[in-house]
Design a protein around this ligand. Structure first.
Ligand SMILES: [Zn+2]
Length: 88
């Protein structure tokens, strides 16, 4: 991960934070794409890809965890949008 400075831990000030929803989104997308490689897998693949987008839209994406001190905290919607721009 690049050294983003948008979302920092409110406890230790570190910038090594992650959103579990982003990890879940990437996981569902990869599994979905893998399923779509085979004809039989396509319906399952579509389900995973749709779930991925639901996860990304849900409020769960605003929950972050500091990797350094394991502190859980929430960020606001505009902050999240800036964060996504910063890491992509
Ligand atoms: Zn921390």
């Amino acid at each position: 991960m690049k050294g983003q400075t948008i979302v920092t831990c409110s406890q230790c000030g570190g910038n090594k934070v992650k959103s579990s929803a982003i990890g879940l989104f990437q996981f569902c997308m990869s599994v979905g794409i893998l399923f779509c490689i085979t004809i039989i897998g396509i319906p399952f693949g579509i389900v995973f890809i749709i779930s991925a987008f639901i996860v990304r839209k849900s409020k769960a994406r605003l929950k972050f965890r500091c990797i350094e001190c394991k502190h859980d905290f929430k960020i606001t919607e505009p902050t999240y949008n800036d964060y996504i721009k910063a890491i992509s």
